[in-house]
Design a protein around this ligand. Structure first.
Ligand code: PLP
Length: 316
């Protein structure tokens, strides 16, 4: 029998209380939802399988996207597993950490001498010309992304037994945060819960349109000037001049009475080291930005907070 995407979604990631960190920092309670435990080590596994299954159902033999590495590794893994080809457009700047893995899954890498957003646009165009399935963010298949990420909300409610006061998520395109928030809203609208968490978005201080808009108290997300962003090997999953789901993410942050913070590479590295020492968890530094940001919220509010942090990636 053919397996459908509904039968075995990736997910059910570990959830635990980070007691040592909560004592050392400004938390009443700090819980970690560890998305780094997935097969390719990031939250992207939540959506990649859905895209591959849909592509197969629609009769495509190849799936494509632009990626800085994490999403490319995840798509190529699931494409390989379900007998499809994958083509990943990767900006030459990026660290290339994921290249051997993508190749091992049979993924074809197209190195493009441009920034991430241009790689996405090139691959979107290529998918039309070559009749490949387009799994890029902000494209015609991207409603599957919200569907995949919304499951994180229901798992948190199951694992915690309630809705947390705050939920912290790292943002690049804002897709993950928007999808999780949609999950919480859906459950509230269905009468299964009576609240949604206040969102805390964390991103890099080297350029991200969502946190830039929030820190200037703007209601509309604007693209940044390309020259205003600075990619590093630490911030690469979060830095961007276009956030494809940025407006949905910003609207969600305001609606939930939430916060957004720009975090430096140094702080991301420092907190991922603290996390390793205190809790024995190896997290991708960019994903630790969500812990830094939630600690800043507690400091700004001058009280200890109850927070779930979504750690989106495991360390290398
Ligand atoms: C590990 C990790 N965390 C967070 C993000 C940001 O997610 P989003 O682009 O959905 O905001 C990414 C995006 O690539 C990522 O790879």
């Amino acid at each position: 029998m053919e397996e459908s995407a509904e039968e075995e979604p990736p997910g059910e990631t570990p959830f635990f209380r980070a007691r040592r960190m909560e004592r050392a920092l400004h938390f009443k309670r700090l819980f970690i939802k560890f998305e780094g435990s997935g097969v390719t080590g990031t939250q992207k596994d939540r959506i990649s399988k859905y895209h591959v299954m849909r592509a197969r159902e629609l009769g495509y033999d190849t799936i494509s996207l632009g990626s800085c590495g994490n999403y490319g590794a995840s798509i190529s893994y699931f494409a390989h597993k379900y007998g499809m080809k994958s083509v990943i457009g990767m900006p030459s700047f990026y660290s290339g950490d994921r290249i051997p893995e993508i190749r091992a899954y049979g993924g074809q890498i197209m190195e493009v001498p441009v920034k991430y957003e241009e790689a996405v646009e090139i691959m979107r165009q290529k998918s039309v010309e070559e009749n490949w399935y387009d799994s890029n963010p902000g494209g015609k298949n991207s409603e599957l992304d919200f569907h995949g990420y919304s499951a994180i909300a229901s798992e948190i409610i199951d694992q915690l037994g309630r809705v947390p006061e705050f939920l912290a998520v790292p943002v690049g395109n804002g897709t993950t945060l928007s999808g999780i928030y949609k999950g919480f809203k859906t459950m509230k609208e269905a009468g299964l819960t009576d609240s949604v968490p206040r969102l805390i978005a964390a991103s890099t201080d080297n350029g991200n349109p969502i946190v830039k808009a929030w820190t200037k108290r703007k209601r509309v997300v604007s693209n940044l000037d390309q020259s205003a962003i600075h990619e590093t090997s630490i911030n690469e999953p979060l830095v961007s001049y276009i956030s494809y789901d940025g407006q949905t993410a910003l609207d969600s942050i305001y609606e939930s009475n939430g916060f957004a913070f720009e975090i430096s590479d140094m702080e991301m590295l420092r907190y991922s080291n603290i996390l390793k020492e205190a809790e024995g968890i190896s997290a991708l530094p960019a994903s630790s930005s969500a812990i830094v940001a939630s600690n800043l919220v507690a400091t700004n509010l001058n009280r200890k907070i109850d927070c779930v942090v979504v750690l989106t990636g495991r360390g290398k």
